[in-house]
Design a protein. Structure first.
Length: 477
């Protein structure tokens, strides 16, 4: 489940952009005025913005604009975790970067910092998935993808494009956001596929792997006690493991994926018994690449499949294999939520438990106001009956949801359509029904068809709900 106590944000860049300032010069100016941010701001104003706002004839106002732009550079330094506003000086990372003599190496080191400490990998992963899906990639569409992945971005922000511009300085990103996989490999030592694989691990697996990699700094590929690694991981991360599920949920999946090698199964199915060692695959990944990152609400096993083309998802809904059908149904639910600008929170029922017949997803959005959505997707040829919608209405009331979206590869019974209209018209809920015909149009024409459908539904909902206000007398108010 997504951790809602912390929200993933990208650094606030503002004027701290390679098209406006030079990284070394900015770091040097900040270092020359320790404990005096105002002096650093004035030095930045003189260096970069002395000719700004030339059309402003009022000298005081012109100076204020220049100072604001210089201040925004300092905000960018802070956002990228290079400068501390309280001590008013460069932090250790900023000082280490400034100590690098060669500019090319400086930008490479800064890129590694961005990738590991500023959610750069998350941004690259989103770019890569959008490109694999063949979707138009620009400032707006990428922002939508990141928001759907649990990032909080201000309206009309350039935080994500500024970040990519800094990665471009290191040769990782080219024109039209094309990722240079070879450059990324040379810089980090691992390709984006491995990094994406790391991001698909559960929080417990990632925490254990980080502790295992720390042990490997001391012992290389020698076997160590599983208990010692687990104890170290719990010391750093808290009691995050279920002792009876350690082997099934942590050891075995990591072993099958080639990250660790188990010497012995030990006694018991899930205890800390046995010994294990880091494989070459894990040893090739630096500790910096194993930095913690908040999870978003898509199950880890589903994340690598998110770039599956829509037509493939649609075809898999008719597969004979129930597991394939189930995965396709989950992907469908997530993709619909993405395109409506929502963040998946969690599945109520996994496809593995429903045999690929249905899946329920909870998603949330923060547009003008917060909203919670319940999605039920049914992969059936028969008509969806009234009891299915009634169940969702009950869950919506329980979970305090605002919108119910029911999707089926088949059709809805007329009683469902009547009840949906009644719920929309007489309660605070909104009910949207997506039948097989609409779903086919979405699969064939892409997200635009889906958005057009939702816009039409929103207009219909507004007309239905307007009666709620019209029927209210002034005395009632």
């Amino acid at each position: 489940m997504l951790n809602r106590e912390k929200v993933r944000t990208l650094p606030e860049a503002n004027e701290f952009s390679p098209g406006i300032v030079k990284l070394r010069a900015v770091l040097k100016i900040a270092s020359q005025h320790p404990g005096n941010r105002e002096a650093a701001i004035e030095a930045l104003r003189t260096c970069y913005f002395a000719n700004s706002a030339e059309k402003q004839h009022d000298l005081a106002k012109r100076h204020k604009v220049q100072r604001t732009r210089a201040y925004n550079v300092m905000v960018g330094l802070k956002g990228y975790k290079l400068y501390d506003f309280e001590t008013q000086q460069l932090i250790d990372t900023g000082q280490r970067l400034l100590a690098i003599d060669d500019d090319a190496e400086l930008h490479k080191a800064f890129a590694i910092h961005i990738l590991t400490n500023c959610h750069g990998l998350g941004v690259l992963d989103a770019v890569r998935d959008m490109q694999h899906r063949g979707e138009l990639l620009n400032k707006t569409s990428l922002a939508g993808e990141l928001i759907a992945r649990g990032f909080h971005l201000p309206r009309a922000t350039t935080h994500h494009t500024r970040l990519l511009q800094w990665l471009r300085e290191a040769g990782i990103v080219g024109d039209k956001y094309v990722i240079d996989e070879n450059a990324l490999m040379r810089l980090t030592g691992v390709d984006l596929g491995i990094l994406t694989e790391l991001s698909a691990l559960t929080a417990q697996q990632r925490a254990f792997l980080r502790s295992m990699r720390q042990w490997a700094e001391l012992v290389g590929d020698e076997y160590v006690s599983a208990k010692e690694v687990v104890d170290r991981s719990e010391l750093e991360h808290g009691s995050i493991f279920r002792p009876d599920q350690l082997r099934a949920q942590v050891f075995r999946p990591l072993s099958e994926a080639g990250w660790i090698e188990l010497e012995s199964t030990g006694s018991g199915r899930g205890g800390k018994s046995g010994r294990l060692r880091a494989t070459e695959k894990l040893l090739d990944v630096s500790l910096e690449m194993l930095a913690e990152e908040l999870e978003w609400g898509v199950p880890p096993d589903l994340r690598p499949r998110l770039n599956t083309p829509l037509l493939t998802i649609y075809a898999d809904l008719s597969a004979d294999d129930r597991h394939i059908k189930g995965i396709a149904l989950e992907l469908l639910a997530v993709r619909i939520a993405f395109h409506v600008g929502l963040t998946p929170l969690r599945f109520r029922e996994r496809s593995a438990e429903t045999g690929g017949a249905e899946v329920d997803l909870i998603a949330e959005g923060a547009h003008l106001l917060f909203s919670r959505w319940l999605f039920q997707c049914k992969n059936v040829s028969k008509a969806v009956g009234l009891s299915d919608l009634a169940k969702e209405v009950g869950m919506a009331l329980l979970l305090r949801a605002h919108v119910i979206v029911m999707t089926t590869t088949g059709r809805f019974a007329s009683s469902v359509q009547d009840y949906a209209r009644q719920m929309t018209q007489t309660t605070s809920l909104q009910v949207v029904l997506i039948d097989g015909k609409t779903l086919t149009e979405f699969m064939e024409k892409g997200p635009t068809a889906l958005m057009n459908f939702f816009h039409e539904e929103a207009s219909t909902t507004m007309r239905l709900k307007r009666a709620q206000v019209n029927d209210m007398s002034l005395d009632d108010a």
